[in-house]
Write a protein that binds this ligand. Structure first.
Ligand code: HPA
Length: 272
């Protein structure tokens, strides 16, 4: 079966499970998945049951779609995502994004855990992504263009929607949640960056580094979907502080931040 047919088959399967037509997609990053539990009247579909879906392998990541209501909005949340470092080719990494876009979402909120590069950041900060740097040399749109989904050459100027950024900042102000803003730089992982790479990232204009999100934002942009990106700064990136970092710290911080994060996203949704 070709890629387009696989997407369509997955969409058909999901449509058999729910009548809901979500208008907003949510990708919940490491340790941020619990927002999915707040979704009302949920239809939960495990990735392993969806034809053609890859299966997630990371600790702290579930692998399921949750379709239901958050406030007055119909949403579809991905609890768990696929990463390039897990070994999937990028067309598999972004496959679920193609599917949820095919289900009719118009906006996508992508979240992740990221390392803080900007020295004014601290662990536990939330950063609105206003741009990204693809530092991997990889691109999910490489290969034959899927003409029915979007153009061959994609303008990334407005990938991170200005109005959604303004809305997020406005809500942050109202809720007294301090928000950082900056550029997210994608490394393949699974190694964390070296201190020298973090220095380079800062020199090149990055505020945070991470191992996800960029491929998803690229395909969303390809299909004309508006994106809001939020990074949870779970740790200072390597070499910023005089201490080593580890995955446990990443999960711990994201769990500490989750109430603030959930409040923010729910209020943003209510105003979208
Ligand atoms: N680097 C890359 N990815 C990450 C980090 C980091 O420091 N923290 C959480 N995800």
């Amino acid at each position: 079966m070709n890629y387009m047919d696989k997407i369509k088959e997955s969409i058909r399967y999901i449509k058999e499970k729910t009548k809901m037509k979500p208008s907003i997609g949510l990708i919940l990053g490491s340790g941020l998945g619990s927002l999915g539990e707040r979704i009302k009247n949920p239809t939960i579909i495990e990735y392993k049951d969806i034809p053609n879906f890859p299966i997630s392998t990371v600790k702290g990541h579930k692998g399921q779609l949750i379709i239901g209501q958050l406030g007055d909005k119909d949403v579809i949340a991905m609890q768990g995502r696929f990463h390039y470092y897990e070994g999937y080719p990028l067309d598999e990494v972004v496959f679920p994004i193609r599917v949820i876009i095919g289900l009719g979402i118009k906006n996508l909120i992508v979240t992740n855990a990221a390392g803080g590069v900007d020295e004014s950041f601290k662990p536990g900060d939330l950063m609105i992504i206003n741009d990204h740097i693809n530092f991997t040399g990889q691109n999910p749109l490489r290969g034959k263009n899927l003409e029915e989904l979007g153009p061959r050459f994609v303008d990334m100027t407005l990938s991170y929607d200005k109005a959604l950024i303004a809305l997020a900042k406005n809500i942050g102000g109202k809720l007294n949640i301090s928000l950082k803003e900056g550029v997210y730089m994608w490394f393949t992982g699974p190694t964390y960056e070296t201190p020298a790479e973090v220095k380079l990232a800062r020199t090149l204009g990055a505020s945070a580094v991470g191992m996800s999100t960029v491929p998803e934002v690229i395909v969303a942009t390809h299909q004309g979907i508006k994106v809001l990106g939020i990074s949870c700064i779970t740790n200072m990136a390597a070499g910023v502080l005089d201490k080593p970092l580890n995955h446990e710290e990443v999960i711990e911080t994201s769990l500490m931040v989750k109430d603030k994060f959930e409040k923010l996203v729910i209020e943003i949704l209510a105003n979208m």
